[in-house]
Design a protein around this ligand. Sequence first.
Ligand code: GAR
Length: 189
Amino acid sequence: MKRIVIFASGSGTNAEQIILHFKNNNQGNVVGVLSNNLHAKVLEKAKNHDVEAFSFDKNELSDGTVLKIVESLQPDLIVLAGFLLKFPSDIISKYPECIINIHPALLPKYGGKGMYGMNVHKAVLENKEKETGITIHYVNEHYDEGGIIFQKTVSIENCLTPEEVAIKVQELEHEYFPVVVEKLLFSNF
Ligand code: GAR
C-alpha cells in the first residue's frame, strides 16, 4: 500500500479529490493531511473522510516538529495542494523527488513568491493571456522551480474576471491532479 501525505493551507478541494480518488483503492491511500492553518477547511474535509488531520504553526514547520509527524506517517509521496508556506529544507532533503506541488498557471510564467491563488489569475488576465493552465512539479528549495512533471492548458479567451479564470483552472486541477498522483506512484511517469 502506497502512502500519500498532503499539505494544504485552505479549503482543500484538491486534497479532497485526491482522498476520494484513492478511497476504494487498496494499493494507495491518503494517510494524513497537514495544515499550517488550524481553521483550514481542509482539516474538516480530511476528518470527514476518516483521514488523520494535523495542524502546526510556522515555528513547528522549521524546528523539526513537522518532519517528525511526516516521518511517523511513512509517506511514499508528499503532495502540496494549495500549501502556501515555503516548504522546509529538512523535509525536502529527507524525501528527494518524493514531494510534488500543483501551481495554478503554466510555469515558469506566473510563479514565485506571492504568486498563489487569485493573485495568479489576476496577473494572467492583466497580461491579456489567451490561455492559462496548471503545472504539477517537483518541490525543491526554490518556489515553483522544481522539475515539471505535467502541464495542461485551457483557453481563457471568454473569461472577463479572475474568478472565471479560477473556475477553469480548478476544473483542470480536479480532473488531472489525482490521476497524476496515481501515475507517479504506480508507473514510470
Ligand atoms: C489551487 O488552485 C492550487 O493550484 C493553488 O491553491 C489552490 C488551492 O485550492 N496553489 C498555489 O497557488 C501554490 N502556489 P484548494 O484548497 O481548493 O485545493
